[in-house]
Design a protein. Structure first.
Length: 621
């Protein structure tokens, strides 16, 4: 979604803003712009397309635009096309603003403004806020008061950052839902952004503004007040562990590839962060409020979107198998609007790598109103879900820059398995010996993943060969049963996201209930059939599609020659996998489907890390 950076201090604001916006590119955007105070006037440069266009505008200026105060924005279009006119910052008289989120009552506001004689220049909801501030300032209000009064007229979740030529060298930001974070620049000054990543080069002591906070940044420092009361509040910084080095591609051609290769470490770090190894239950969790919530739960409801929903679905399979506790898995965008029945004793768990997904967050808020206990599983400390759920478990995947989730998915499924083991021990559905065996198998995974990803592995070689044979495919079905079904869904989603191929994920047994009508020679069926209790049934389904002429890509055990013989292309799982329980093969399958999509996207020349139309954190409905 949209990215915001604001800076006031002794450095070149243009440089800080452009570098900061670069850190936000991963969120997805279609236009960009910056506004700078230059001799008490605000100069705006904006353009549709990539941030490089703005950089070029600056390069082309003969005289460098020196400024020590400004705001910048990357826009992900919601209201109005991705054009230069609709790009932020918007200037209305002496007021300039950038905005992230949606003004839900923008039509009413627009009508009122037009009746008053104003003429909005863009199609955006954002620009309207500038007119509201302008009108208040014309009545004599200060910038801060004007922003506060104007904000009270808005409906919806959004954040704005505003400047005015009437009060030079001052930035006012409001957080109302959409995140806004602030750091003090050790060289003097303040940096504001819509997420923490642009702030890391300045400081890791980051202040996450609360919902309803207003920050005033000047050369002297910053002050935070409550939007409603106007009273000053103290906000303590949170020390982030993420380092700026983690934001680097580390020699990989794309962040996505780097992040796929980080997965073995993600498992180890996450286990170290959440497991207390000094207890009888090998899946014992370090004491924290979330453990009590899990202990009390008679039923779980996992709520998520996209890839996180796939992780949750796998969680259902594991948790029910190991603990016997019933688990529902819900798409947040559906759940929130359908008057769901939530039985007493249910723990609602929001799974979200970003911790900012609007629909998942809204479900947790709704549950809080209903006094249903909530738990978050997130990768981002200080995120909205992490702060608003009753308790949170953090995955330790580190910053994920590629828009397509990979290592955060791995971390999420790990947490799901840990919940299964923890609750399984507690519920005594399985013997302690079985739980201990599961744990012993789990700790082998990082090593197996490293072997799987080693250059020269048969798996890697075959993925590349297979992708070469795909050039004219018209569409893909990913099929699997049992634990491979959520991976089939994830494989299809990854392919759609980054390679823009038509792709569907299906439970293999469902194909003959309709989709098989689509199968013909131009279609590719990717079958996930590792040696587990579902393998034989999946292979039968495969025979059905083979009879209809589809090209078949098999992913299975290296010595599964029967399966291999049915397939046109064959991606073997590393033979070392035979040493782990079939129930854990999802961990090994994940990089296969991720890399399959990655190489397909590279073959097609798409923008792997910043695929079109997508945003890293979806902060609007
Ligand atoms: C994953 O590759 C996608 N970008 C998307 O489906 C994502 O998983 C979804 O938007 C949910 O995001 P979250 O985990 O941050 O809540």
């Amino acid at each position: 979604m949209c990215g915001i950076v604001g800076y006031i201090g002794s450095r070149s604001a243009a440089d800080v803003l452009i570098q900061g916006l670069k850190h936000l590119e991963y969120r997805g955007y279609d236009s960009a712009g910056i506004a700078l105070f230059i001799k008490n006037q605000i100069v705006i440069e904006k353009s549709e397309g990539r941030l490089g266009n703005i950089e070029k505008i600056f390069r082309d200026k003969r005289v460098p635009l020196y400024s020590s105060c400004g705001i910048g924005h990357t826009r992900w279009a919601t209201h109005g096309k991705p054009t230069t006119k609709n790009a932020h910052p918007h200037k209305t008289g002496h007021v300039v603003l950038v905005h992230n989120g949606i003004i839900e009552n923008y039509l009413e506001i627009k009508k009122e403004l037009i009746l008053k004689g104003h003429t909005p220049q863009s199609e955006t909801d954002s620009e309207l806020f500038g007119f509201l501030v302008l009108d208040e300032m014309e009545l004599g209000a200060s910038l801060v008061t004007a922003v506060r009064r104007s904000f009270s007229k808005l409906l919806g979740q959004c954040s704005v950052v505003v400047m005015s030529e009437r009060e030079p060298e001052k930035i006012v930001g409001v957080r109302n839902g959409s995140p806004l974070v602030v750091v003090r620049d050790p060289e003097g000054g303040v940096v504001i952004a819509s997420d923490a990543q642009p702030l890391l080069p300045f400081s890791r002591e980051v202040i996450f503004l609360e919902h309803g906070d207003l920050v005033i940044a000047t050369h002297e420092g910053m002050q935070v007040i409550e939007l409603e009361s106007g009273l000053e509040v103290e906000r303590k910084p949170l020390s982030l562990e993420w380092s700026i080095e983690q934001m680097d591609k580390g020699g990989f051609p794309h962040y996505m590839l780097k992040e796929i290769y980080e997965q073995p470490g993600v498992i180890t770090h996450t286990l170290n962060q959440i497991l207390d190894r000094n207890q009888k239950n090998p899946f014992s969790l370090f004491p924290q409020p979330g453990v009590n919530l899990l202990n009390q739960a008679q039923e779980l409801c996992l709520v998520a979107c996209g890839t996180s929903w796939h992780a949750a679905l796998l969680g259902k399979y594991w948790i029910e198998r190991w603990s016997g506790i019933p688990v529902n898995v819900e798409l947040a965008s559906e759940f929130r609007y359908r008057d769901p029945v939530v039985r007493s004793g249910t723990l609602v768990i929001g799974v979200s790598q970003s911790g900012e997904t609007a629909d998942t967050l809204a479900v947790l808020r709704e549950m809080r109103v209903r006094r249903v206990p909530t738990l978050g599983v997130s990768n981002v400390r200080g995120s909205s879900i992490a702060r608003e759920a009753d308790a949170v478990f953090f995955t330790s995947a580190g910053p994920e820059v590629g828009v397509a989730a990979t290592k955060t998915f791995m971390a999420q499924i790990l947490v799901m398995l840990v919940f299964a083991g923890y609750l399984g021990f507690k519920q005594k559905k399985k013997s302690n010996l079985e739980i201990a065996q599961l744990f012993n198998e789990l700790v082998k995974i990082p090593h197996l993943l490293s072997q799987e990803l080693e250059e020269g592995s048969e798996m890697l070689k075959q993925i590349r060969v297979t992708v070469q044979n795909l050039s004219h495919s018209k569409g893909f079905f990913f099929i699997g049963r049992g634990y491979s079904y959520p991976l089939a869904l994830e494989g299809a989603l990854k392919l759609k996201e980054i390679a823009y191929d038509y792709a569907e994920g299906y439970a293999a047994g469902e194909l003959k209930h309709g989709p098989i009508a689509m199968i013909d020679q131009g279609m590719v069926v990717v079958v996930l059939a590792p040696r587990d209790s579902w393998r034989d049934k999946t292979v039968s389904n495969l025979e059905e599609v083979k009879a209809r002429g589809a090209m078949i890509v098999g992913i299975g055990d290296s010595d599964d020659y029967d399966l291999k013989n049915l397939c046109d292309d064959w991606i073997p799982l590393p033979s070392e996998n035979r040493s782990i329980d079939a129930g854990l093969l999802s961990f090994i399958l994940a990089p296969v489907v991720q890399l399959f999509s990655y190489y397909r996207a590279v073959q097609k020349g798409t923008d792997v890390d910043k695929p079109r139309n997508l945003a890293k954190s979806v902060t609007v409905e």
